[in-house]
Design a protein around this ligand. Structure first.
Ligand code: SME
Length: 159
């Protein structure tokens, strides 16, 4: 696949709709997980203009920072801690409209105001989470959840 994204839509839904098959093709042509997660992070940030987007990988009893795009971030998160650790524990995606309202939120950057975190499962266990942060309050909705869930299913097929 060409190392270039083609996005013509202007609405959030249109952009996701065009992006997902291109990401699927990108992953399909490469077996290295880290390379794929790196390109997915870059593609999401470039297309959707997110403040921070990246993966935390389950390693033993912690989440460890993986490929990401944006300001530097915390490297390790324990199960049940912050939004990412909660999503790991609950195996369920979370939209946080205002990070200051989330008990135990881990503020890697003061610029982050809202976030969405989704898990990818392997053998019914969380293998990683995708964390997307916005510098705007209440920036994520069902459109993000729906398309990013599809993306996690695509990633799961490569695990
Ligand atoms: N806010 C996240 C930590 C990761 S950073 O935002 C990149 C959390 O509460 O889990």
């Amino acid at each position: 696949m060409a190392e270039q994204l083609i996005i013509t839509g202007t609405s959030k839904g249109e952009k996701y709709k065009e992006l997902l098959p291109q990401l699927e093709a990108l992953i399909g042509g490469e077996s290295d997980l880290i390379a794929n997660l790196a390109n997915i992070s870059a593609a999401l940030r470039e297309t959707m203009n997110f403040f921070w987007v990246g993966f935390y990988l389950v390693k033993g009893d912690e989440l460890v920072l993986g490929p990401f795009q944006g300001p530097i971030a915390c490297t390790r998160i324990r199960k049940g801690k912050g939004v990412c650790g909660t999503v790991w524990q609950e195996k369920k995606a979370r939209i946080v409209p205002d990070v200051n309202e989330f008990p135990g939120h881990i503020a890697c950057s003061t610029g982050s105001k809202s976030e969405i975190v989704l898990p990818a499962l392997k053998n019914n266990e969380v293998a990683m989470v995708l964390d997307v942060d916005s510098d705007q309050l209440n920036d994520f909705d069902e459109v993000d959840a729906q398309y990013l869930e599809q993306l996690m299913r695509i990633i799961e097929r490569s695990l």
